[in-house]
Design a protein around this ligand. Structure first.
Ligand code: SF4
Length: 80
């Protein structure tokens, strides 16, 4: 049986328990995809996050993470 995962665009994960509400993520986002609401960041509806990682790098409390999918190449074949 083959289980297929939906190919959805990944989004940054925000940890509310670590967020201090600095707003740095929203300041550095090149797409203006983030906004601060009640002192916490959220993705603006309808704005495309390009998954650039700027918000993750800018967060002073490590509250934002972007996970990456690791794709393995063919096994047993050397390119050289
Ligand atoms: S990953 Fe980039 S585009 Fe997406 S919310 Fe963070 S800073 Fe904005």
């Amino acid at each position: 049986m083959v289980i297929e995962r939906p190919r959805e665009t990944p989004l940054p994960v925000f940890r509310r328990d670590l967020c201090t509400g600095s707003g740095r993520c929203a300041e550095v986002c090149p797409e203006q995809a983030l906004e601060m609401v009640n002192g916490r960041p959220r993705l603006r509806p309808g704005v495309v996050c390009t998954y650039c990682g700027e918000c993750e790098r800018a967060c002073p409390s490590g509250a934002i993470s972007l996970s990456y999918e690791i794709v393995l190449g063919p096994i047993g074949r050397d390119e050289d």
